[in-house]
Design a protein around this ligand. Structure first.
Ligand code: IMP
Length: 429
């Protein structure tokens, strides 16, 4: 049985939680492989709306083990808060069900403070990070001065390492950013308690994953953020600091390409992006506001981690085809098709114009992308309510044509379609 990679095919916030929750029911392990609590997945469990940031969306399927993989940066404060909240809702994330890889890095208070200070300093040139400390934590990892989760098993060395981290962060905060220092003693004491708690969850998750695969079980690798936020292949520097794409699954979880037999890209029926950076199909008008929603509904286009309004725009097929290529997608999941009800016609971007010349490939260079104007094809819209659809034949002809256009352009079949937030509102093609 395979590893299923579940990847955001746009700029994040594609609605991965919905399909992750569905696939988790068939998976013995659900593993997050990248990022940290910059992510936010929203799922509904019965009547309750649940937001996860670090814990994979499989948390509510009691038979699946939840893994925080080696490619992650884990904020133990956030983890404690989230596990407590999910357990209150019945998730039962004890040390048998939630496993932390010793090679995952810990994201510490100095990283959070430095992220915020760095962004404030950049002012109008800021990346628009979530200010959760992601960049500084991965910086320490790459510089080989990071603190790995495995150290939680050694209380003395762990306390010393947290102390050193605060000392180094304070030197930078006070010297480079004119910020007050963090209180080392309080933080060391707090983190000693957090480490004692979460050390019980440490496990070599690569071995766990391979054992599951050898037993013929399915492992779901759950991505955070999206393809265009990938550190290498996204719109650098307006990206996150981890590998969000299929390649990231391999390095983070320690599996080979032969194990990943399904690569599912999740794409919204339109586009959104939070933070700065080029976004060719962005709408800055009433239609953009309409795609965003007012924020009254938890599914509206406002960041589930930061609450920031997302930038919104038409579906970009050039970017989606790029995502299909670099991830090796085998299927697509199309989400939020219901949001397009009543918009007629529906433009989709099928090429860019760069300095007056048409371009059909997504440019690797971010400045070039910034100079690209979208070339649209207008597709017919539909006016019928589709939120009660349970199979493809329930959709109006124009909605089916929209789906078929995406498939024809990207060359990737759409396997699932979601038409609302409820667990019942996602159906298999
Ligand atoms: P960071 O990951 O907090 O460093 O933020 C870097 C960029 O990635 C910013 O543009 C963020 O808005 C964006 N970003 C990070 N996490 C998410 C996410 O889960 N969804 C959408 N955008 C994200």
């Amino acid at each position: 049985m395979p590893v299923i990679a579940l990847i955001g095919a746009q700029w994040g916030d594609e609605g991965k939680g919905h399909i992750a929750d569905k696939l988790a029911a068939e998976s013995s392990i659900v593993a997050r492989y990248n990022g940290g609590d910059n992510a936010g997945h929203t799922i509904t469990v019965g009547e309750t709306l649940v937001r996860t940031h670090l814990i994979p969306a499989g948390a509510f399927h009691p038979r699946s083990t939840c893994v925080l993989g080696a490619g992650m940066v884990i904020n133990l404060r956030s983890l404690a808060r989230e596990v407590d909240e999910l357990n209150r809702l019945g998730a039962n994330l004890n040390s048998d069900r939630l496993k932390i890889d010793p090679a995952a890095h810990l994201l510490l208070p100095g990283h959070v403070a430095l992220d915020g200070a760095g962004e404030s300093r950049l002012g109008r040139d800021a990346i628009g990070t979530t200010r959760r400390g992601i960049g500084p934590a991965y910086t320490d990892k790459a510089a080989r001065i990071g603190l790995r989760a495995g150290l939680m098993a050694n209380a003395g060395a762990f306390a010393e390492a947290v102390g050193t981290h605060i000392e180094q962060a304070n030197a930078r905060l006070t010297r480079d950013f004119d910020q007050p220092p963090l209180d080392a003693d309080t933080i060391v004491a707090e983190y000693a308690a957090l480490a004692a708690r979460f050390a019980l969850h440490l496990a070599d998750t690569t071995t766990l994953i391979h054992a599951a695969l050898e037993r013929g079980e399915t492992v779901l690798a759950e991505g955070a953020q999206g393809t265009l936020l990938d550190l290498d292949h996204g719109t650098y520097p307006f990206v996150t600091s981890s590998s969000t794409i299929t390649g990231g699954v391999l390095t983070a979880l320690g599996v080979g390409p032969k194990h990943v037999t399904r690569v599912i890209g999740v794409a919204k029926a339109f586009c959104s992006r939070v933070g700065a950076g080029p976004f060719p199909t962005e709408l800055r008008d009433a239609l953009g506001d309409r795609l965003r929603g007012t924020g009254a509904n938890p599914w509206d286009e406002f960041g589930s981690t930061t609450g920031r309004p997302r930038r919104t725009g038409w579906l970009d097929l050039v970017a989606l085809k790029y995502a299909a290529r670099i991830n090796g997608l085998t299927e697509l999941v199309l989400t939020k098709l219901d949001i397009l009800i009543g918009i007629d016609p529906l433009p989709v971007c099928v090429a860019y114009a760069f300095r007056g010349e048409p371009a059909t490939d997504f440019p690797g260079d971010t400045a070039t992308l910034g100079g690209c104007a979208p070339i649209y094809t207008d597709l017919p819209g539909w006016h019928d309510d589709i939120t009660a659809a349970r199979r493809i034949d329930d959709l109006p002809q124009a909605a089916r044509a929209y789906i078929e256009t995406i498939e024809a352009f990207t060359g990737i079949p759409i396997s699932h379609i979601s038409i609302g937030p409820d667990r019942s509102q996602i159906f298999t093609r």
